[in-house]
Design a protein around this ligand. Structure first.
Ligand code: HEM
Length: 394
């Protein structure tokens, strides 16, 4: 059995591969693509927590990223402490559970507005018409991106993540789109410097950050663009995919959908179960900083290793009958949002968006069906999910 994260069959259903890995190759080596992988819950959890051994410098996907880009727009997701922690502190107060809870009326209004035309039509495309624009509008509003620029920017972000079947080579269209998005963000930051507002990005202009010598510096435009780029992509892509999975799962399990429509207090548990079952962020790559032993094998320093959160979330050693979708499981913990120092900054926001989206969707479409033959998958590196989910009222 081979783990090829770029194979389209793997995007369609990674779980037979994951089961094999957990049972027969809990430390797995792919010689051709030069990476290692761990898949059991306790192993993946341990590696997420041990940033000293499993470094994020070098990126969290397998593809070789252009070092010039990384240098131009440094991002905390590609850093280890202490620099990571200093940058994260600058934005974390915007994403605390309390600050995020205050966004609920705004998210709800957006969701209702998006559902209006779908209600009139009796259906549409769940992803294109609902789960794409909702998180995009939320994060772009927080960042202050003008409404007229959002669709184009989102298209560039999507395209920059797209991959060809079977290969880890980044296609020219993805590089081009990534550059377009970066150009946009640089102009955006320059515009904000000239015309400041009271948003999240302008707060970063004055923020002081400790440097390694103990002094303080201000962020460069490149570092601020790094934040825009990271938040813009992380804040929209995965929530879109999570909700797309939710639509497909709830159409398959209409009894469980009926139960959340009847009792909205069940929605948060349902969101956790979709995150566990589907894991839109399937894995994070780390670089091993010293030789480590796994199941009698030595993984040498500087190796790249996949922390397979998607496999860990279906580990029968942790979850009974893990392939069963069951919103009443009451999961104490899962790895869909990572763990440790890089634990998803937007966790509260993602949960709020998902809860409100499912609530409002259920009010508008208490019974619905998905045409699974019309569903289409995205083909990205570590993000799995749908780009088309046609549905209609029943
Ligand atoms: C269902 C939706 C989401 C999923 C599945 C998800 C998943 C993840 C995962 C697995 C990580 C850890 C990556 C690693 O360890 O290398 C992460 C980090 C991150 N996420 Fe999310 N995320 C979601 C939504 C969001 C949203 C809405 C935001 C918006 C603020 C966001 C912003 C971030 C940022 C900035 C990081 C990097 C944190 C750091 O490096 O300290 N995410 N996310």
């Amino acid at each position: 059995m081979e783990l090829n994260p770029f194979s389209w069959e793997f995007h369609e259903d990674p779980h037979p591969t994951y089961r094999w890995l957990r049972d027969h190759a809990p430390i797995y080596r792919n010689h051709a693509m030069d990476f290692w992988a761990i898949s059991r819950f306790q192993d993946v959890m341990g590696a997420f927590l041990d940033w000293q051994t499993y470094s994020s410098v070098g990126g969290l996907i397998l593809e070789k990223l252009d070092p010039a880009h990384l240098e131009l727009t440094p991002m905390m997701i590609f850093m280890d402490p202490p620099r990571h922690d200093r940058l994260r502190k600058l934005v974390s107060r915007v994403f605390t559970p309390r600050r995020v809870a205050a966004l609920e009326p705004f998210v709800r209004t957006l969701a209702r507005k998006l559902l209006e035309p779908l209600a009139a039509e009796g259906g549409g495309d769940f992803v294109e018409d609902f789960s794409t624009p909702l998180p995009m509008d939320v994060i772009f509003t927080l960042l202050g991106v003008p409404g007229s620029d959002r669709r184009q920017l989102r298209e560039w972000i999507d395209l920059s993540l797209s991959r060809d079947a079977g290969t880890d080579a980044v296609p020219a269209r993805a590089i081009e789109a990534g550059l377009n998005a970066l150009r946009y963000w640089f102009q955006f930051v320059q515009h904000l410097r000239a015309h400041p507002n009271d948003g999240l990005i302008c707060d970063l202009f004055d923020a002081e950050i400790e440097d390694d010598g103990g002094g303080t510096t201000r962020l460069t435009d490149g570092e601020i663009v790094g934040f825009c780029s990271l938040l813009g992509a992380a804040g929209s892509e995965t929530t879109t995919r999570l909700l797309g999975f939710a639509a497909v799962l709830f159409a398959r399990h209409s009894d469980q959908f009926a139960s959340i429509v009847a009792d909205r207090d069940r929605i948060p548990g349902a969101v956790e179960e979709v995150l566990r079952w589907a894991s839109p962020a399937q894995y994070a790559v780390r670089t091993v900083k010293r030789d480590v032993e796994w199941y009698g094998q030595t993984v040498p320093a500087e190796s790249r290793i996949l922390l397979l959160a998607g496999a860990a979330n279906r580990d029968e050693r942790e979850y009974p009958d893990p392939d069963r979708f069951d919103i009443t499981r009451g999961i104490p913990t899962q790895l869909g949002l990572g763990q440790g120092v890089h634990y998803c900054l937007g966790a509260s926001l993602a949960r709020l968006e998902a809860r409100v989206a499912l609530d409002e969707f259920g009010r508008t479409f208490p019974r619905f069906a998905v045409d699974e033959t019309g569903c289409e998958r995205v083909h990205m590196s570590n993000v799995h999910g749908y780009e088309r989910v046609p549905f209609h009222r029943i």
